[in-house]
Design a protein around this ligand. Structure first.
Ligand code: NDP
Length: 340
């Protein structure tokens, strides 16, 4: 059983060498009397939150998700096939998505955290992104947190990524005006030509983000879907419209910093009566059935498209995860471990 271990707590940007590949043994049978589920991992997901689990936990710090501990198998979202099950809800041959290990086979001790895959007439890898955790994040974050109305002005940062590309498309389906930012010309082209954003720009080429946003939103921003934080959040704050909404989905520009940058323009929340709300996808899993049904229809009708960046082989997973922090991925970062 090839597997990837997390070495030790880190500071700064993650490196491939923070993880190491080893071989362990695993019995391809669930232990007698246990209600765990044994799965074969097909696709693994690289997600920015995994970086935050590599920080040494501070004493007394509370988090909704446990950090990694040195020497453990890296865990994350994945798409798997059930090989053996001691749990009444799962049987051999079922396809599932949820938290699994970065290894060929995993024994999942809490199968409550696994979702049965409802439709297999789409690529199974979609359950790491479009129809998995990032998809729920985009759907719930946009509809439940941002509460969009037709015709509103929407700005999305890290817009070509797993979450951002979907937020932009949901916003277009709502009849909003949508602008996205991303870190390369290739990504900007995707936003405009593949995902249907009205406008897009490369934030790395802009020296004055406040002026850039003013140029794209002369009347101001109603909804900012925040994925990056730092100076981008400050620039967006200065461009918000009265009664605007900011959904704090992620702050990836801050994850590798020992000391996060300050936010300077919070006074805008008062003067413009702006609501800024942080949210976590797992609080919104109640909308999963509705989300998956609607989104599947959008896929079938060609109203939603999805771009994935797939590397093949478990041994490529650490580099793929690290690549998220330099924008190496174009679309949702997936690791193909096994086809079946
Ligand atoms: P992506 O697929 O978008 O990958 C990350 C992207 O972030 C990179 O490709 C890069 O794109 C961009 N990026 C990296 N470093 C920086 C930086 N310093 N400044 C600006 N952009 C940067 O990831 P996801 O779509 O999965 O996640 C997007 C955000 O959503 C993250 O902040 C993540 O933590 C958050 N998230 C939150 C969830 C929640 O429950 N609240 C759930 C899922 C995700 P580029 O080339 O454009 O720079």
């Amino acid at each position: 059983n090839k597997r990837i271990l997390f070495k030790d707590y880190i500071t700064g940007a993650p490196k491939e060498s923070d993880m190491v590949q080893t071989v362990g043994s695993i019995k391809l049978k669930v232990p007698e009397g246990s209600n765990s589920v044994l799965v074969k991992n097909l696709y693994l997901s690289c997600d920015p939150y995994m970086r935050n689990l590599m920080n040494k936990p501070m004493e007394g710090e509370e988090s909704y998700i446990l950090p990694f501990f040195p020497g453990q198998v890296v865990t994350g979202f994945g798409v798997c096939k059930v090989v053996d099950s001691g749990h009444p809800n799962f049987k051999e041959g079922d396809y599932v998505w949820g938290i699994t290990g970065w290894e060929e086979y995993s024994l999942v001790p809490s199968p409550e955290a696994l979702f049965k895959i409802p439709f297999t007439d789409v690529p199974l890898s979609y359950y790491t992104g479009l129809l998995g955790m990032p998809g729920v994040t985009a759907y719930a974050g946009f509809h439940e947190i941002c509460k969009p109305k037709k015709g509103e002005y929407v700005y999305v940062s890290a817009a070509s990524g797993a979450v951002g590309q979907l937020v932009g498309q949901y916003a277009k389906l709502m009849g909003c005006y949508v602008v996205g930012s991303a870190g390369s010309k290739e990504k900007v082209d995707l936003l405009k030509n593949k995902f249907g954003f009205d406008e897009a720009f490369n934030y790395k080429e802009e020296t004055d983000l406040v002026a850039t946003l003013k140029k794209y939103f002369p009347e101001g921003i109603d909804i900012y879907f925040e994925n990056v934080g730092g100076p981008m959040l400050d620039a967006a704050l200065l461009n918000m419209r009265v009664k605007g909404r900011i959904a704090i989905c992620g702050l990836i520009s801050q994850y590798n910093l020992d000391k996060p940058e300050g936010v300077h323009n919070l006074f805008m929340l008062i003067t413009k009566r702006v609501t800024m709300t942080g949210f976590v996808s797992m609080d919104h899993y109640h909308c999963y059935p509705e989300f998956v049904e609607k989104t599947r229809n959008y896929i079938k009708e060609g109203k939603i498209v999805y771009v994935e960046d797939t590397v093949e082989g478990l041994e490529k997973a650490p580099a793929a995860l690290v690549g998220l922090f330099s924008g190496r991925n174009v679309g949702k970062q997936v690791v193909l471990v096994a086809r079946e």
